[in-house]
Design a protein around this ligand. Structure first.
Ligand code: HEM
Length: 482
């Protein structure tokens, strides 16, 4: 497919990635502090622990989306006429939302966790003021609106340039084997635009309802419906963040191997199936809500099994076959992108285990859950983001994976696996999640986790410094063979 003759500047996504990298490192420090506190190594007041946990959770999830959007927009602008001003508007609105969220947490004491589960924001038992809840929720709403505006612009650009939704989703390839398919970037961008727009609407609605409830307590909503809306929105959003980041793999790996990543029939099938599958998985967060209709919970289990697999399989098999036998010169960006696909794929395994109803009843409120999502975020999405960042600034980077870059890459792998493993070990021993204070018999694993966390933070800081030093560099000009 032809690239755009003129396209918007890449300054916007570069700035977004710089901010994302900075926030990832800062919030990892918060994570390190929480782990050290659970280990009893650094005393942290429980009220502050829950503020740190709220900031870490919402900050990481928001930044995953922010970085994912930066990656998606960087590549999508090469094919479709997206609007530069809208991207800057998205960035500005997102940052205003972040300022409000941070003020609510650290100046006003809001600490209801990133899931802001109704009616907790408005009923803190005196820990924070209702105004703190309102400021937090308004901040969140602005972030949601920022994404909605971005997706509307992207959706419009895709429709205008691709000749309809079916073409953008590669339906001619899927249903009649046509070879005239849009590139993987466009298929993925279209799917993300659809699912995240659908998710953001109930997300914005429940945030608004929670705001009104905080101000006018007599105005309420059924708590179970609220939970469904929140988890539907949150689950689709974080999945979509990975689906945006994965575009970096589709675009960059072929530039190393010289083999194009094409939209095949299987690729089209996997991404189209995801539109439906990703919508229904969230109910695995509600297995412990016994009042949920049984059919929805059964559906949650079935879809938890099915949802991740189609894209995961086409991406993992695609990556392996793209790299296998190709003469590639390994450098830090390529190593990080490959690690990202590994972390994403392996992270699904503990998620699927947690998605089994009988296991979930015992495991869901334990450290097993942070274990599974840290796997595909810390070892999946975050390395994809850093891999993209270091590829974008490639001309200013040392090229080979050797010396310090090799040591710190492996430090990140070891540290990340250690952080995840210690969460999973805690979960398997039924250590509850979200407890500021841990019993002495749990603290040995917490201490080991703290040491692994230091490795992760140091390595991530190194990736960030390399990006900042290389800012303004250019990616390799080589194009994948057509
Ligand atoms: C050095 C790396 C990291 C460390 C040490 C760390 C540590 C922690 C800890 C201790 C918790 C609370 C666990 C509990 O008791 O429930 C937590 C929660 C969480 N972390 Fe991390 N984390 C790290 C990196 C990340 C990354 C890279 C992401 C996402 C990109 C992330 C996303 C989250 C989320 C969403 C929560 C849930 C917060 C909640 O329960 O409300 N973390 N992390």
């Amino acid at each position: 497919m032809a690239r755009q003759a003129t396209m918007p500047s890449d300054l916007g996504p570069r700035v977004v990635m710089a901010l994302s990298g900075l926030v990832f490192v800062l919030l990892m420090l918060f994570g390190l502090l929480m782990r050290a506190s659970q280990a009893g190594m650094i005393p942290v007041d429980p009220a502050l622990f829950y503020q740190l946990m709220t900031a870490h959770g919402i900050g990481m999830v928001g930044t995953c989306g922010f970085a994912g959007a930066g990656i998606m927009w960087y590549f999508a602008r090469q094919y479709v006429p997206v609007t530069n001003g809208i991207f800057w508007g998205f960035t500005g609105l997102f940052l205003v939302g972040v300022v409000l969220i941070l003020a609510a947490i650290f100046l006003m004491g809001f600490a209801a966790a990133w899931t802001f589960l109704y009616p907790l924001p408005a009923q803190s038992g005196g820990v924070w003021d209702v105004n703190a809840a309102v400021v937090y929720l308004v901040g969140l709403l602005l972030v949601g609106v920022a994404f909605l505006i971005l997706y509307l612009d992207m959706g419009w650009a895709i429709l205008k340039s691709q000749g309809g939704l079916g073409q953008a989703l590669a339906w001619p390839t899927l249903f009649s084997g046509s070879t005239n398919a849009p590139p993987p970037t466009i298929v993925a961008t279209t799917v993300v635009t659809i699912v995240n727009t659908i998710a953001l609407v109930p997300g914005a609605a429940i945030i608004l309802i929670s705001i009104v409830n905080a101000l006018v307590p007599s105005f309420g909503i059924d708590a179970l419906l609220a939970k469904n809306m929140i988890f539907f929105f949150g689950h689709v959003f974080i999945n979509a963040a990975i689906y945006m980041a994965i575009i970096a793999v589709y675009e960059i790996v072929p530039r190393y191997t010289g083999r194009p990543w094409k939209t095949t029939r299987w690729f089209a099938l996997a991404w189209n199936a995801t539109i439906i599958l990703v919508m229904f998985v969230y109910t695995h967060h509600l297995f412990q809500d016994v009042v949920m209709p049984a059919w929805m919970l059964v559906m949650g289990q079935v879809f938890s099994y099915l949802s991740g697999f189609p894209i995961l399989i086409v991406t993992t098999v695609g990556l392996l076959s793209n790299i296998y036998g190709a003469k590639v010169r390994w450098d830090l960006p390529l190593a990080l992108l490959t690690l990202g696909v590994f972390g994403w794929a392996a992270g699904v395994i503990p998620a699927v285990i947690d998605g089994i109803i009988s296991v979930n009843k015992v495991m869901h409120n334990t450290m097993w859950v942070p274990g599974h999502f840290h796997f595909y975020l810390l070892l999946g999405l975050v390395p994809m983001a850093f891999g993209f960042m270091l590829w974008v600034t490639k001309t200013k980077q040392a090229d080979a994976l050797d010396g310090l870059s090799k040591i710190l890459f492996w430090a990140y792998v070891a540290g990340g696996l250690g952080v995840v493993w210690t969460f999973l070990v805690g979960g398997a021993a039924s250590v509850p999640r979200r407890w500021a204070e841990h019993l002495p018999q749990w603290q040995g694993v917490d201490a080991v986790s703290t040491i692994f966390s230091v490795l992760v933070v140091v390595a991530a800081l190194y990736f960030l410094i390399r990006y900042v030093v290389g800012f303004g560099g250019q990616p390799s000009k080589s194009e994948p063979a057509e």
